[in-house]
Design a protein around this ligand. Structure first.
Ligand SMILES: NC(=O)c1ccc[n+]([C@@H]2O[C@H](COP(=O)([O-])OP(=O)(O)OC[C@H]3O[C@@H](n4cnc5c(N)ncnc54)[C@H](O)[C@@H]3O)[C@@H](O)[C@H]2O)c1
Length: 262
């Protein structure tokens, strides 16, 4: 029940959606969770929710794309807690859709600054602390958009593919320190990020998913929790799709299922 008791966890983008669900899940298993987000109020709200359950959390305003701020944050965590056991690189944005030929430099750079550079800065600083302690669990949030990149979202897709590359190199470099690094590719999960698409196409997307529903943030938090357990020490460099089977389905499957089901 309290498998993470005494552990220190950092969740980026923990103020809403998937990050919030992960923060709750890890604290419920005994970890002290640093709920970080660029939206300070949201980070504070989630930390308060956690403390109201008699679990441990600290809120911190952190923009992951700011390398100096990330360094300062981890120095702060080391000063206060002396260690970091778990890092969840989750902060992200969906960005505005645009065809490549119309994509503005600023939009492209922002996507990479947050997802790729942000994950790298946090992983670099957390890894230094984890190496001292010879233990660590890192999860990087990729996306189904890194299975086959989505038209109109070349910036998002490219950034999420890069996160898989970061995960694989880090897993090799850090394995001898008992640090595992894995990535998750969520499918469509209900959150602020998917509000727009769900308001247009929730029913269609649910029907196209073998489990016949849209994912909830808790669906991702449950899988994160599996990979950050101390005994998940043989899983590293892996990328796990969590999408209710959505990405498996093609038109031929639909034809066959319709034909064979009574
Ligand atoms: N919701 C989905 O369907 C889905 C699917 C695949 C991947 N993802 C990924 O999951 C992660 C969480 O997304 P979500 O759906 O919970 O969205 P969300 O918008 O609810 O949460 C994202 C959080 O990241 C924070 N954030 C944004 N920029 C930041 C920055 N520079 N520094 C720190 N925090 C920042 C936001 O304030 C927000 O709290 C993202 O990386 C997203 O790309 C989501």
């Amino acid at each position: 029940m309290h498998a993470l008791r005494g552990q220190i966890a950092v969740v980026t983008g923990g103020g809403s959606g998937i990050g919030r669900a992960i923060a709750h899940r890890l604290s419920s298993q005994g970890a002290h969770v640093w709920v970080t987000d660029i939206q300070e109020e949201n980070a504070s709200r989630v930390a308060t929710e956690i403390r109201q359950k008699d679990e441990q959390a600290t809120a911190y305003r952190l923009d992951v794309s700011d390398a100096t701020a990330v360094k300062r944050f981890f120095e702060n965590v080391e000063e206060e807690c002396g260690r970091v056991d778990i890092l969840i690189n989750n902060a992200g944005i969906a960005g505005n859709p645009a065809l490549l030929v119309h994509m503005r430099d600023e939009e492209w750079m922002q996507m990479f600054n947050i997802h790729v550079h942000g994950s790298f800065y946090c992983l670099r600083e957390a890894a230094k602390l984890m190496m001292k302690n010879q233990y660590g669990r890192v999860i990087n949030m990729s996306s189904l958009a890194a299975e086959t990149s989505l038209a109109g979202f070349a910036h998002y897709g490219a950034a999420k593919y890069a996160i898989v590359g970061l995960t694989e190199a880090a897993a090799k470099e850090l394995a001898s320190y008992q640090i595992t690094v894995n990535a998750i590719k969520p499918g469509v999960i209900r959150s602020a990020l998917t509000q727009g698409i769900l308001s247009m196409a929730e029913e269609r997307l649910s029907q196209a998913t073998p489990v016949k529903r849209i994912g909830d943030p808790e669906d991702i938090a449950k899988v994160v929790s599996m990979f950050v357990q101390p005994d998940a020490d043989f899983v590293t460099g892996s990328t796990v799709v969590v999408d209710g089977g959505f990405s498996l389905m093609n038109d031929m499957d639909r034809v066959m299922l319709e034909a064979l089901r009574e």
